[in-house]
Design a protein around this ligand. Structure first.
Ligand SMILES: NC(=O)c1ccc[n+]([C@@H]2O[C@H](COP(=O)([O-])OP(=O)(O)OC[C@H]3O[C@@H](n4cnc5c(N)ncnc54)[C@H](O)[C@@H]3O)[C@@H](O)[C@H]2O)c1
Length: 315
């Protein structure tokens, strides 16, 4: 394959991030783009379409990159997979477990590649943390803590606060990354519970703040926090093991760890590389057959299933 030909579906906020990131991936190019707002599709430089099915029928594509709001992930992904097109789909893979399972089933039936865009797996400090855990230097992982928070200005007037489009609140939108990181770093989830609340006066039917409690095979326990109403927030991943601890701090861009028996935390120097570019470079390598997927459709489905399990076990 001389060039990876990409069709982008959904050219808004993250679609724009993907478009700019694809431009930095050698040997890959957006040849077509679909958005209900055709001017956004045209801005990518690819042949613009307002209807993604028209794009899928007209264009020879090696990969369909889906960046619409969650409501259209299942119809767009299934339409692409049924046509034998490889799919990269933004998180959450779908609004609910049934839709996520339908996407995974379509990939299995067509024998076609399906990946979920969990960009944090490619964040260099997370790559470092994963290898530190796998090296055994932290010993058996005992506890995991992760918080992603911010103030989401104008949430009440965008799709993120519409349950029919989003499928859930801040846990589904933001903590879906955290659940995936827990599975990636610690292990498969066996138990999930949550406490949620909606503080925003004009947000209804979904949570703007939540905490999840997860348990893993082997006993490790995770606490995940997220909020759309907290202007100041640590954005942080912490892993505590029997032989040491490690912290990735997104705010400061630092990663550090401390082995058992020492009192000084060691800072680790890491490359300041963009996780989206690294993610898409990997996806292009998978499409070319040069790499095996580091994140799958099954991973996306599991994260949605776990969040629904946590919603069902609300305090
Ligand atoms: N990985 C990340 O860090 C990250 C960050 C932000 C958003 N996201 C995810 O990306 C997805 C999109 O979020 P966003 O912030 O870009 O939203 P957005 O509203 O900024 O953009 C969505 C785009 O999709 C288009 N669209 C809507 N319905 C469509 C359809 N049926 N066909 C074609 N285009 C359609 C809209 O016109 C818009 O241009 C969501 O699933 C979100 O959770 C991921």
């Amino acid at each position: 394959m001389s060039e990876v030909r990409i069709g982008l579906v959904g050219c808004g906020g993250i679609g724009g991030v993907h478009a700019r990131s694809w431009a930095q991936v050698e040997g890959a190019r957006i040849v077509a783009a679909a958005d209900v707002d055709r001017t956004r599709a045209a801005a990518t430089g690819g042949t613009p379409y307002a209807d993604y099915t028209a794009m899928l029928d007209a264009e020879a594509l090696d990969l369909v990159d889906i960046c619409t709001p969650p409501k259209w992930h299942a119809p767009a992904a299934i339409a692409a997979l049924e046509r034998g097109r490889r799919v990269l789909c933004e998180k959450p893979l779908a609004r609910n477990p049934d839709e996520a399972r339908a996407i995974v089933a379509a990939a299995e039936q067509s024998g076609t590649l399906l990946m979920t865009a969990f960009c944090h797996r490619f964040h260099p400090p997370i790559v470092w943390l994963k290898s530190l855990i796998e090296s055994g230097k932290l010993g058996r992982v005992v506890q995991y803590r992760n918080r992603f928070g911010a103030k989401f200005e104008g949430i009440e007037s965008v799709w993120f606060s519409n349950p029919d489009i989003a499928g859930g609140g801040v846990l589904m939108d933001t903590s879906v990354h955290s659940v995936d990181l827990f599975r990636h770093l610690v292990g498969e989830v066996v138990g999930a519970a949550s406490a949620t609340h909606t503080f925003h006066a004009h947000v209804h039917g979904l949570e703007d703040t939540g905490t999840m409690l997860l348990t893993a095979e082997g006993g490790a326990i995770g606490v995940i926090e997220a909020s759309w109403v907290t202007p100041h927030s640590k954005n942080i991943v912490e892993v505590y093991g029997e032989a040491g601890a490690a912290v990735v701090d997104y705010n400061t861009g630092t990663a550090s760890w401390c082995p058992y028996g020492e009192s000084t935390w060691q800072q680790t120097e890491l490359p300041d590389e963009n996780r989206f570019v690294l993610e898409l470079r990997h996806v292009a390598a998978v499409v070319r057959g040069e790499a095996t997927p580091r994140v799958t459709g099954h991973d996306g489905m599991r994260a949605v299933e776990i969040i629904h399990q946590a919603y069902a076990n609300r305090l």
